[in-house]
Design a protein around this ligand. Structure first.
Ligand code: UDP
Length: 409
């Protein structure tokens, strides 16, 4: 299993961003857990929310005194097609899990079993892709944690019982919301929402020149209004609903521009199909830009897009959490979000954005924000404070440290 190299991060750089009392709590927990050996395992080092978080969480765990490592499993195209189906089915989509599927899942898991859990105190396994590893790797004295980033509260029965068959190996389960665990037989259930890193290239303040360069890459006119959605190319993120919202508003705001930014994750083969379909749906409107990491849209460009937008949309139909919501709120941009999954944790309707249940509502509330700059500013400022209080990586780190302490003492 390949190891992922991360940059370095220092807790002290967050000192001015969070309250002193929080900072001290984290430092103290780090002291208590000094030298604790932790391994995180997931399926991809880039693309999607989990990789995003681990790139900060792992180095911060090291900085506060733990010995943390991150590894990714290797899979085939077929395997990732299956795990994407699994992801969808766990969110409730109709599908059937065949003998062949199960054999493929087991054989790839087995191929990734070249690891000794006995070298670690705690192993955190993220999402379904590596969930079966403990069937093939003896846990020895390690505590095993399954961190599920998906809303599995109303799942496809066959798929959830398959996942449930592995739960007996785990000492604890972490979910974004407790209710996501549904019927899973989890030994100790923890609720830990995800978080964003205020100092990463995705979220930090940008210098003037850097900002201008990024805007140029987005190919938008900065003097005209922009609405944006940033997300993987995935039907659950409802990119067509966003296009429909824009099209209706374009009648009232002829200058309006729409940015659809999506990344292609290595474990998400469905992305290309959705991308091509979206291009056809968008057609010849030059005020819509569909951009990806493949044409140079990286963290700084996403950062700039979330800053320059009048409104950010995250019109998901199902959603685990949606880091993109906190990312935009942190930049004082109000967000219109689908009223699903973890989005209502982040958006208080009418305070820092609006929760919507349909394209009609998305049109209505995006319109409300587009016509009222003062309202946008008020909501944007509230949004930043909500994120500071609840959704920064430092709070996330603290929650993990508390969990580790519970498990090992
Ligand atoms: N992202 C990105 N570029 C893109 C699309 C997405 O950097 O073109 C990032 C986005 O900023 C966020 C993450 O990928 O940090 C997506 O996480 P989220 O929780 O919103 O959704 P997921 O992909 O995990 O369903």
């Amino acid at each position: 299993m390949d190891i992922v190299r991360t940059g370095t991060k220092r807790l002290k750089d967050y000192r001015e961003i969070i309250p002193l009392i929080e900072y001290e709590k984290i430092a103290k927990l780090g002291e208590e857990l000094k030298g604790l050996k932790v391994l995180h395992i997931n399926a991809t080092a880039f693309g999607g929310g989990v990789a995003e978080i681990l790139h900060t969480l792992v180095p911060l765990m090291n900085d506060v005194g733990l010995s943390a490592e991150w590894r990714v499993i290797a899979g085939s195209q077929e395997f990732f097609e299956l795990t994407k189906r699994m992801h969808n089915a766990l969110q409730g989509k109709e599908d059937d899990l065949s003998e062949n599927d199960i054999n493929l899942f087991r054989s790839i898991t087995k191929k990734n079993s070249d690891i000794d859990f006995g070298e670690y105190d705690v192993v955190v396994i993220h999402d379904p892709q590596p969930v079966a590893l403990p069937e093939f790797v003896d846990k020895k004295n390690a505590k095993l944690v399954w961190r599920c980033h998906i809303d599995t509260s109303t799942p496809n029965k066959k798929f959830i019982s398959f996942i449930d068959s592995f739960m007996k190996h785990y000492d604890a389960g972490i979910f974004t919301l407790k209710r996501y665990a549904g019927q899973l037989s989890v030994e100790r259930l923890y609720e830990i929402p995800p978080s964003i890193d205020p100092l990463s290239d995705k979220n930090r303040e940008l210098g003037e020149e850097e900002f201008k360069r990024a805007i140029a890459k987005l190919k938008i006119d900065p003097d005209k209004p922009v609405i944006t959605q940033v997300s993987r190319f995935d039907p659950w993120k409802d990119p067509k609903g966003v296009v429909d919202t824009y099209r209706r508003l374009k009648k009232d705001y002829p200058d309006l521009q729409l940015l659809l930014i999506g990344s292609m994750a290595t474990d998400d083969p469905e992305g290309w199909e959705v991308y091509e379909d979206l291009l056809r749906y968008v057609g010849m409107d030059y005020d819509i830009k569909v951009l990806t990491n493949l044409n140079g849209i990286g963290n700084i460009e996403v950062n700039a897009a979330q800053r320059i937008s009048e409104v950010v949309l995250q019109k998901s139909l199902r959603e685990g959490f949606a880091l993109t919501v906190s990312e935009a709120l942190w930049k004082n941009t109000p967000v219109i979000g689908g009223n699903v999954g973890g989005i209502p944790l982040q958006i208080v309707h009418g305070e820092n954005g609006y929760l919507v249940n349909s394209v009609g509502e998305a049109i209505e509330y995006t319109g409300t924000l587009l016509k009222d700059p003062a309202l946008r500013e008020r909501m944007g400022n509230k949004g930043k404070e909500i994120v500071r209080e609840k959704f920064l990586i430092t709070r996330h780190l603290k929650d993990y440290l508390v969990l580790f302490r519970d498990l090992v003492r």
